[in-house]
Write a protein that binds this ligand. Structure first.
Ligand SMILES: NC(=O)c1ccc[n+]([C@@H]2O[C@H](COP(=O)([O-])OP(=O)(O)OC[C@H]3O[C@@H](n4cnc5c(N)ncnc54)[C@H](OP(=O)(O)O)[C@@H]3O)[C@@H](O)[C@H]2O)c1
Length: 253
């Protein structure tokens, strides 16, 4: 039997990159996956097709998490999927993966950059969790995708890293609050991973220089991160909570 058979999962930002790999992995492991996306509908359809080709099931749900109402829109669309399609409308796994990189160094960051980066990376997960908590099954899993930018100083992450640090703090608070329901809450912090967000890691011409800062000698692949999320989401992850798991192959140790 597949490890996530019968489970219901939501993965935000699952149209591309790490989120797609997480959705594919949970789907291949038997979960029904709600694949969230914002703009990349065709890419999200590729994710869903890939889940189906491995024998899994899922559905697409759109919302713009940079909008003030984006988290509420997502919550109401997910709630509608749960209540209309499932006799037992309970979510088992919530992965807050959608994110935007903060490209600006401290001196250049504008209030617009700040608000957008904090909204997508921190405010949205906060209100998505709050809104979906009544639908989360006791014994469920919340996994927040952070970044090693919270422990290493990268100049261009002056807004992004503090937003992710807030997400890690929220992770600990919620782990404490939800533990009596058997719900675990953890953060996973990727290092440089080859996706659209990280062109230096994705481009073979620059990836080697990035890899030279990583103990395991290569940049991350989205599937590396998905494997860690899959363990945390599984029954074997039941005794890990309130933690930030480094998923960088040992970058900048
Ligand atoms: N790649 C790295 O090196 C790295 C390192 C550390 C941490 N991370 C974290 O890992 C997570 C995934 O990153 P990635 O590298 O896979 O990024 P990516 O390839 O750029 O994909 C980002 C995903 O987030 C969604 N998203 C972006 N803005 C959104 C918005 N306003 N509303 C709703 N969804 C939105 C995108 O949806 P659409 O495509 O549909 O617009 C897409 O699915 C992020 O939280 C990121 O901070 C990445």
């Amino acid at each position: 039997m597949r490890v996530h058979a019968g489970k219901l999962a939501l993965v935000t930002g699952a149209s591309r990159g790490i989120g797609r790999a997480i959705a594919e992995r949970l789907g291949a492991d038997g979960a029904y996956v709600i694949v969230h996306y914002n703009r990349a509908v065709e890419e999200a359809e590729v994710t869903l097709a890939s889940i189906r080709s491995s024998g899994g099931q899922g559905i697409l749900v759109q919302s713009d998490l940079a909008e003030a109402e984006g988290a509420n829109v997502l919550v109401s669309r997910v709630t509608s999927v749960l209540t209309t399609q499932f006799a037992d409308p309970r979510l088992d796994i919530l992965v807050n993966n959608a994110g935007v990189g903060g490209g600006a160094p401290f001196a250049d960051a504008t209030p617009v950059d700040f608000d957008r980066t904090v909204t997508v990376n921190l405010r949205a997960p906060f209100f998505v969790i709050q809104g979906l908590l009544p639908h989360l099954r006791d014994g469920g899993r919340i996994i927040n995708i952070s970044s090693i930018g919270t422990r290493a100083a990268f100049a261009h992450m002056a807004v992004y890293a503090p937003a992710k640090a807030g997400l890690e703090a929220l992770t600990r608070i919620l782990a404490n609050e939800l533990g009596r329901r058997g719900i675990t809450v953890n953060a996973v912090s990727p290092g440089a991973t080859a996706t659209d967000m990280n062109p230096r890691a994705r481009d073979p011409k620059t990836a080697q220089a990035v890899a030279s800062t990583i103990a395991l000698g290569r940049v991350g692949r989205p599937a590396d991160i998905a494997a860690i999320v899959a363990v945390l989401a599984s029954p074997d992850g039941a005794w890990i909570t309130g933690q930030t798991i480094d998923a960088s192959g040992g970058q900048r140790l």
